[in-house]
Design a protein around this ligand. Sequence first.
Ligand SMILES: NC(=O)c1ccc[n+]([C@@H]2O[C@H](COP(=O)([O-])OP(=O)(O)OC[C@H]3O[C@@H](n4cnc5c(N)ncnc54)[C@H](O)[C@@H]3O)[C@@H](O)[C@H]2O)c1
Length: 437
Amino acid sequence: MDKPSKIAPAKGKLGVLFPGMGAVSTTVMAGVELVRRGKAQPIGSVTQLGTIRLGKRTDGNTPAIKDFVPLAGLKDIVFGGWDIFKDNAYQAAMTAGVLKFEHQGAVKPFLSTIKPMKAAFDRNYVKAIDGTHVKKGKNKYELALQLKQDMANFKKENRLNRLVVCWTGSTESFVKPEEVHSTPEKFVEAMKASHPAIAPSMLYAWAAVTSGVPFANGAPNLTVDIPAIQQLAHDHNVPICGKDFKTGQTLIKTILAPGFKARMLGLAGWFSTNILGNRDGEVLEDPGSFKTKEESKLSVLEYILQPKLYPVLYGKMHHKVRINYYPPRGDDKEGWDNIDIFGWLNYPMQIKVDFLCKDSILAAPIVLDLVLFMDLAQRAGMRGIQEWLSFYFKSPMTAPGLYPEHDLFIQSMKLKNTLRWMKGEELITHLGQEYYD
Ligand SMILES: NC(=O)c1ccc[n+]([C@@H]2O[C@H](COP(=O)([O-])OP(=O)(O)OC[C@H]3O[C@@H](n4cnc5c(N)ncnc54)[C@H](O)[C@@H]3O)[C@@H](O)[C@H]2O)c1
């Protein structure tokens, strides 16, 4: 890909549309509003708090990322979305139960104004929930056209300059790539025939990409991970990225595992289990939705530890992931990890991690960063898969034939080097020989 010669400025307003107005998206909206009003700090957001070193360590030049690249300002963001329930964003946030009492009142007037549009939904893909706020159409193609119209109307009514769509809807049942996903033409035919391999999330993706709108996929669904949508993203000059926000247990896994490998410590097994009680947990009770999630969570260790390259250390590792729906916990997930490692002379050791985390609190800054970086990528003329945003995903999308990079620190370096590359700055390799010449 050519280096952007010029990045268009972030002029005017940016619309952010969420298919799925549940725990994650309402926490993003509430947080952005509280930050805009000076009532909270955007903790966890690289775009808002991160810095980037330019030049040598001795140069002392480390601007804030948001001053280095032209990102949309928080004040210019306008939120909207779709859901199968009629609840406005305030009611949805109350159902999700993430926000503390002191924040609920402060954001009520703002969130109450954000009402979902009718969803393109099919219960066959999310068995655990059902709603009435859904679109009707002769076939899936008609639903997708309605979504395109929604995007155009939202842009016009709110006088927006640009849009970004981020899937924060439920995890859909496992869908395998099929022939109907192979080209844009076959995809359209399949939508017209309401083919079962076309999941609702794909309709949103198709509608966005063919409208010139960047699309980020926060769930483990296939969605934009198919040749038809990737081809369209290329043809329409649209950035896409996914999939599955890297938040709790997988975040910790991709912090710890690279450390074990760097020190050539062996791994006999890694058992991960979770309890969570939000709607996401309820949806993941269904074996179809869980399989989608499991695939996404399991791949991480294989790619980081590369057992084929290191058979002595990782050739026999056992990796298990369990998710248990346990309503009393709500959004306060607890993730336990039992890690069996071995060292010198094969002596075994154990590490236990008990992460008492808050799912949506970890996901919200990721969503904010993704929508701002996707908008930036579009203005910089970067189309198709945005691998530099792997940092945010459990199953990062890559070009065909490439294995994904899961190591959080390599991902972070890749992200920052991409920003330097976009701005024509020298890349940082960490070689450092020049300091000793
Ligand atoms: N919170 C995290 O840490 C985290 C991490 C990784 C991935 N995710 C994924 O993000 C997504 C959102 O998580 P959440 O906790 O907000 O879930 P949630 O259940 O609170 O919200 C999802 C919303 O999507 C709606 N929905 C389902 N199908 C839809 C459709 N076709 N169109 C429009 N709306 C639809 C549901 O009605 C629900 O309101 C899930 O897929 C989850 O797996 C979350």
